[in-house]
Design a protein around this ligand. Structure first.
Ligand code: SF4
Ligand code: SF4
Length: 386
């Protein structure tokens, strides 16, 4: 049976994180476990979540102190250590520097790869997608270790270990997948297919401070004092989703993982070491507002009518907009959906909702938190936003 360690860690003091992580490895089998996870001389790649360019300590990205604690432990086992990611927007190097990970890496001699070279790989026995362009570094690593952050997510409700591997698809190629997979079910199968070619051996999920509310970029920090680690990404995610108040099967990609028998998803199907689930559940965690797991892209009069009366949509908060135009640049349906109009001295975005597939990439990437998700009155009345 797969095992997952659930750990309490009450601060971002590096010594304390290291202590908690070492306890987690001890629970999973100690030195022998680590030696089996990382064979002698192995090239180890750490895959943090660097969604965008953020300041040190931001809950949007993997915390640099958690990153340091992981390095302190793994450097004694790895033949070589490197890290890399590809943000949804902006340069990976800038994101790594800005969030403080680059400084830590340089101090420990950990190399950086910006995921700018890639290879097209076929997915054997795929669920939906037969090939991907994947960062070469992720394919070349002997051992890939995922370092996700525990966050809410507009499309998938929760994001953690399984979705973190989406960052192995370089740069704006990610947005194309949103466009091609507007249905949460298809998007989820696509994520499972990525995880078939990106062979992640272990995940350490950072929920010391998680993100609640309007995630994965514009939510609020929420102290949870939690670290979760394990070899099974589905188990790590199922446990995290449970802690923040979801049934794992409510998370689209966990539901697909369950249906497709890709790792354990139900809590009875894996063993939880360390803390008890009940003792680690935060009070009143603010989940993502509503379930945005619907697609209205297929066209047809009835589908459009349904979309207009129940589908959530991105809405501008004009006061917060800094006119950076990133929303239009990231939109996979661009240039047709978001255009700009002059409002006094500023240019503000406006949405052509007929063409919008509700992927919420624009909301995810907005650096100012100026895009919110809003439900039509009927959807609110039907309590679809809860
Ligand atoms: S406007 Fe936003 S939600 Fe709509 S398709 Fe573009 S990025 Fe996705
Ligand atoms: S809505 Fe956000 S992403 Fe779009 S222009 Fe305004 S600040 Fe930039």
């Amino acid at each position: 049976m797969e095992r997952v360690a659930l750990l309490r860690c009450e601060s971002y003091e590096v010594d304390q994180i290291e202590h908690s992580l070492r306890r987690g490895f001890d629970l999973l089998g100690g030195d022998l476990f680590l030696r089996q996870l990382i064979p002698y001389g192995a090239k180890v790649l750490l895959k943090p979540n660097l969604l965008s360019v953020e300041t040190p300590g931001s809950p949007v990205v993997t915390d640099y102190r958690t990153f340091e604690a992981v390095i302190r432990i793994l450097k004694d086992y790895a033949g070589s250590l490197s890290f890399g990611d590809s943000p949804g927007f902006g340069k990976a190097e800038k994101a790594a520097k800005s969030a403080g990970l680059m400084e830590v890496a340089q101090r420990y001699g950990v190399a950086f790869d910006p995921f700018e070279t890639w290879q097209t790989v076929l997915v054997p026995e795929h669920f939906l997608v037969s090939s991907f362009d994947v960062a070469t570094a992720a394919l070349d690593a002997d051992v890939l270790i995922s370092l996700p952050r525990l966050k809410t997510h507009g499309m998938t409700s929760y994001t953690g270990a399984i979705k973190n591997q989406f960052g192995c698809i370089p740069g704006l190629k990610k947005a194309n997948w949103h466009s091609r997979m507007p249905k949460a079910k298809d998007f989820s199968d696509m994520l499972l297919d990525i995880n078939r070619v990106v062979d992640t051996k272990f995940a350490i999920l950072d929920g010391i401070v998680a993100m609640e509310g309007n995630g994965p970029k514009n939510g609020s920090p929420r102290k949870m004092n939690t670290l979760i680690m394990g070899e099974s990404l589905s188990a790590v995610d199922a446990l995290a989703a449970t802690l923040i108040g979801y049934d794992p099967l409510e998370i689209p990609y966990l539901k697909q993982a369950y249906k497709r028998k890709v790792g354990p998803v139900l809590l009875d199907d894996f063993e939880i070491m360390g803390e008890s689930v009940d003792s680690m559940k935060p009070d009143h965690f603010v989940r993502i507002r509503g379930k945005n797991h619907m697609s209205f892209q297929d066209g047809g009069r009835w589908n459009k009518w349904l979309r207009d009366i129940i589908a959530p949509k991105p809405i501008l908060v004009p006061h917060d907009c800094i006119s950076c135009r990133r929303c239009a640049e990231i939109c996979p349906e661009s240039p047709n959906v978001i255009s700009f109009y002059k409002d006094g001295e500023r240019w503000l975005p406006a949405w052509q909702y007929d063409s919008c597939i509700r992927c919420f990439c624009c909301q995810e990437i907005c650096p100012a938190g100026a895009i919110k998700i809003e439900y039509p009155p009927l959807a609110k009345w039907l309590k679809m936003d809860q």
